[in-house]
Design a protein around this ligand. Structure first.
Ligand SMILES: [Zn+2]
Length: 356
């Protein structure tokens, strides 16, 4: 029998999954992509593919989240930003907005960083990218997604060796006061904060999504109680473009606790796997009380908006290496847009983790 982290034995127990159908409330019809409006790559059917594969492979322990505890959310996200998310849709409608909220103006270089009153300006202030539209149900879905993360976090804090928060919308691009990259509340960061609030001294976040976890980096940049390691497409070539360089190492108390692994187009598992090993070494040295994995599977070779070349089997190896850290582990779903493969690739990480 293979001994897994903290007493989990292969075949004896599967990873518990937390999931909410509320994600369906967020389904924008338009994403501005290379000059055209397209159906957003981040869409509800992603969840169906993951759920189907989970069930096929025996991950049948799927539970709904409890009520969202706003405490860790308020600790990490700006108050004005949360009010904006809660009220944006109503204000948009009241001011004559139609369709979906997509702002047109932004506080760029040498401009004022003050929140305007008009909803177009306000949304421009709080967004980092306009591919992410806000709809009537967006806030409800974002809250449910954070509740999924916190419920799964509670399972791990309560003694489960691992849990999988099947979150949608994703979270790792959401910064203290910015949404974008399909993200509104930073689910992984909120879960990490909940571990700290529950008594953990150190939490590591490993972000294996193809895109840089700019939001998570932003939130913990000046903190040493959360180590953040991100493997991603280099910012010269990949969204979110304006963060994710190697020389972003944290600041103040957080100096040395932010580690970026930007990689060029066509990166395959030979290079990606070495970056993962280096991140794992750093995490091991950090001795975290808990590990949060921002689990995007868009490093896959067929992902339509990414440029790495991982094979489906590589995700299994990735899961096995994460298991090697032997930490209580919370997986939080992030991206992955090769929709028909997202279930296989996600479950491969979990099965690799379980040693299967
Ligand atoms: Zn991504």
């Amino acid at each position: 029998m293979v001994i897994l982290p903290d007493g989990l034995h292969q075949g004896e127990s599967r990873v518990k999954v937390v999931f909410s159908e509320e994600h369906r409330q967020h389904f924008p019809q338009a994403e501005l992509w290379m000059g055209e409006f397209v159906t957003p790559f981040e869409r509800p059917s992603r969840m169906e593919y993951v759920l189907r594969r989970l069930k096929q492979r025996g991950f049948n322990d799927i539970i709904a989240p409890g009520r969202l505890d706003m405490k860790p959310v308020r600790k990490l996200h700006d108050r004005g930003y949360l009010t904006f998310l809660r009220t944006a849709w109503d204000q948009w409608i009241a001011e004559g907005g139609r369709g979906e909220i997509i702002p047109t103006s932004f506080p760029m270089r040498r401009m004022q960083q003050r929140v305007p009153r008009h909803i177009d300006g306000k949304a421009g202030y709080y967004t980092l990218a306009t591919e992410t539209a806000i709809t009537a149900g967006t806030w409800a879905a974002a809250q449910a997604s954070a509740a999924v993360a916190l419920t799964a976090q509670g399972l791990v804090a309560g003694g489960q060796a691992a849990a999988f928060a099947l979150c949608r919308p994703p979270g790792h691009h959401a910064a203290t006061d910015m949404y974008g990259g399909y993200c509104f509340l930073n689910n992984a960061a909120i879960a990490a904060q909940a571990f700290i609030d529950g008594g953990a001294e150190r939490v590591a976040i490993l972000d294996v999504d193809f895109h840089h976890g700019n939001g998570t980096q932003d939130i913990f940049y000046r903190r040493s109680d959360v180590l953040f390691c991100s493997l991603h497409g280099r910012p010269q070539d990949a969204f979110p473009y304006f963060l994710g360089y190697k020389d972003e190492v944290g600041a103040g108390e957080g100096e040395g606790f932010n580690v970026n692994y930007p990689m060029p187009p066509e990166t395959g598992f030979d290079v990606w796997g070495r970056a993962l090993d280096d991140a794992c070494r750093r995490i091991r040295r950090y001795r975290p009380d808990a590990l949060v994995v921002s689990l995007g599977v868009d490093a896959f070779k067929e992902d339509p908006i990414s440029f790495f070349r991982l094979e489906s089997e590589d995700f299994r190896t990735c899961g096995a290496r994460i298991a090697g850290l032997k930490r209580p582990t919370l997986f939080v779903m992030e991206g992955g847009y090769a929709i028909e493969a997202i279930g296989l690739n996600t479950v491969n990480v979990l099965e690799g983790f379980l040693g299967g």
